[in-house]
Design a protein around this ligand. Structure first.
Ligand code: ADP
Ligand code: MG
Length: 623
């Protein structure tokens, strides 16, 4: 709750709305206690007094000499009460109708929603007028009319959400566990739609207050002598020119109320929406922000893709997360480089930094360079970067279901990947898509083109992901744990496929994983990452046979061996450090059995005779 309020009040406009609305609410709550004249007592000798003209009538008087301040406050009380009551009633009945229709679906849904459609077929205000005309004028009837006209709005919104929820697995699970419909609706569906109901309410209350005021203005709402804001406006209409203050006073109040409720409502909606919440209400830019202090070091190009002292940080409030703290890596044409490390060691952020794909804010690249064929990618603009994404460097991500768009056929998605880089006709794009599916060895590629992602298995989807990465013949592919979500046999097929592609096309592959077995199968060289830095690097076989860094050694010891006899699997004690609070010196020292005092003092360089290197003062093996 406090997190919600914090998020809400970070939005200045919403905070302002809350303050104004709070002040108005407070004022109308204490109105009966204030020393005000009776709002309904007339005194025609005191007609149309201007504001501040006479003592005792702060805001002046109306055409019957009634005190405007008193009428305003009592009128606001009434308007607010009616508006809120109408919102609650409309939300209650509308949501109930929507949930029932969405949950039961089919005939029920059809009958209910057609009824709702009929209500919606009438112009809004005409319907309200018709209802009041049928029930007779009066504030209560106006309330009923306003609530009734708004029921379809809630019913439609909530039905749409419920339809999606009712098909979800947790509802099926509840049904299978023997729960009745009413219990499922109350315990499974309702909690999920509640935030939406609250949001819809907060954004419509202002609207309903206006509608009630409208009905009262026409004389169909509150009846004289009792005032609400609408009827005050209606009565002041005749004197609009001669005594404008009688209209301005209630008009201003309506403006303040509706404005503050709408601002607050928008804020509530933003703060309650989980998607907006995680992004702290900010949209990421199309490219990671690059803010390099000092000049970019010139270094000899070692490979096709060359990361040089790359630093990527996340700036969240006052905290700085050093996710990538000075990484040097390179990969040559036709080579496969493995990056290995525990979860959270900065592998993905390193990979995403290459093409400026780290979400920004909060991500910032603070130092280093990413050179592609000698050209510093980080100093290029968005247009150039966009051209290079997919064309020079392509990605394969961990979760193929999240990579593919659920509503488009595979064919369309592949074609889009091609056509966003090359001007080719739809027919050619289709031809090429087919070729790509063949290249990643998908059986029956012709019919698979017509599939939606949900019609394919996990392995198949990942192949489509690979096909998409290949779509524009990139020279480098960065694969971020592409097989973690797959079972072992499919994993083996995918690895073999990547290896073939590398040989056939001379692709350079950067393969990110936390599995040494996979590295051994696929990679020529491997870099071990810990807390955002490379701690060891070298040819795969050399590193596996004789790990130099204590961390690498213990990581390898964690891998079980088939037929390797009985061996105790050694877990590494402790946890990786948090990257917003790294210890000085070696980040692994607190978990290392060989650590001495010197390890916790000052920078430790990445040293050794190429191609091997290790960042350790007391390595297991000299390299
Ligand atoms: P992995 O090696 O598992 O791929 P990541 O590269 O995803 O790890 O994350 C590296 C570090 O960056 C982690 O410690 C993570 O907490 C931090 N991090 C990632 N994204 C954000 C973010 N948006 N805000 C703050 N910290 C982040
Ligand atoms: Mg990752």
């Amino acid at each position: 709750m406090s997190a919600f309020l914090k998020l809400l009040f970070r939005n200045r406009l919403a905070a302002m709305g809350a303050v104004v609305l709070g002040a108005i609410l407070l004022l109308v709550l204490v109105t009966p206690l204030l020393p005000l004249p009776d709002p309904n007592v007339t005194d025609t000798s005191q007609r149309f007094l201007r504001p501040f003209e006479a003592a005792g009538h702060l805001l002046g008087t109306d055409h019957l000499g009634r005190d405007l301040l008193a009428r305003l406050l009592y009128g606001t009380r009434l308007s607010l009460a009616v508006g809120f009551a109408a919102a609650v009633i409309a939300a209650f009945f509308g949501s109930a109708i929507g949930i029932v229709a969405g949950y039961f679906g089919r005939r029920t849904d059809n009958i209910i929603m057609r009824g709702v459609d009929m209500l919606m077929a009438f112009p809004y205000i005409l319907l309200a007028l018709a209802i009041v005309a049928a029930l007779g004028p009066g504030l209560l009837n106006a309330l009923i009319a306003v609530a009734a006209v708004n029921i379809p709005f809630f019913a439609r919104n909530i039905r749409g959400i419920t339809v999606g929820l009712a098909a979800r697995e947790f509802v099926d699970a509840a049904k299978l566990s023997g729960k009745g419909h009413l219990r499922i609706i109350l315990t499974e569906v309702l909690p999920n739609v509640l935030p939406v109901i609250v949001i819809a309410m907060s954004t419509t209350v202002g609207w309903m207050i206006l509608e009630t005021a409208g009905l009262s203005f026409l004389g169909l709402g509150s009846q004289p002598p009792v005032a609400d804001l609408g009827s005050m406006l209606g009565e002041a209409r005749a004197a609009l020119i001669t005594a404008p203050h009688t209209s301005v006073v209630p008009g201003l109040m309506i403006f303040l109320i509706v404005m503050s409720i709408n601002l607050l409502g928008d804020g509530v909606r933003d703060a309650l929406d989980p998607r907006l919440k995680s992004g702290a209400l900010s949209r990421p830019r199309s490219m990671t922000r690059v803010d390099r202090k000092g000049p970019v070091r010139e270094a000899a190009q070692k490979g096709l893709l060359d990361l040089q002292a790359l630093e990527t940080q996340f700036h969240v409030g006052a905290r700085v997360y050093r996710a990538v703290g000075g990484v040097d890596l390179h990969v040559k044409k036709g080579e496969c480089l493995g990056i290995i490390g525990e979860s959270g060691s900065g592998k993905s952020v390193t990979a995403l930094s290459v093409m400026g794909l780290v979400a920004s804010p909060p991500g910032v690249i603070t130092a280093g360079a990413v050179r592609y064929d000698g050209h510093d990618l980080l100093s290029s603009g968005y247009r150039e970067m966009r051209q290079r994404r997919g064309e020079n460097v392509a990605y394969i991500f961990q979760d193929p279901l999240a990579t593919l768009h659920p509503l488009y056929k595979v064919e369309d998605q592949l074609a889009e990947a091609i056509q966003s880089h090359h001007r080719v006709s739809d027919g050619e794009a289709r031809e090429r898509s087919l070729e790509l599916l063949r290249a990643v060895r998908i059986p029956n590629p012709e019919s698979r083109l017509k599939n939606y992602p949900h019609e394919m298995s996990g392995g198949m989807r990942q192949r489509v992901g690979i096909a998409m990465a290949l779509a524009n013949d990139p020279d480098v592919i960065i694969a971020d744990e592409p097989t973690t979500a797959l079972d072992v046999t499919v994993q083996a097929q995918i690895l073999a496929l990547l290896d073939d592609l590398r040989r056939e096309r001379g692709l350079a592959i950067v393969f990110i994983t936390h599995d040494f077995g996979v590295v051994a199968q696929l990679c020529d060289r491997v870099a071990v990452m810990y807390a955002g830095r490379i701690v060891e690097e070298g040819p795969t076989k050399a590193v596996l046979d004789a790990p130099a860094h204590p961390y690498t050694k213990r990581l390898i010891a964690c891998v079980p061996e088939l037929g390797g006899g009985q061996r105790e699997l050694a877990a590494i004690p402790g946890l990786p450090p948090s990257v917003d609070d790294l210890p000085p010196g070696c980040a692994f020292a607190p978990r290392c059995h060989k650590a001495r005092d010197a390890c916790a003092q000052g920078e430790i360089p990445l040293d050794g005779t190429p191609p091997r290197a290790v960042r350790c003062l007391y390595p297991e093996e000299a390299v």
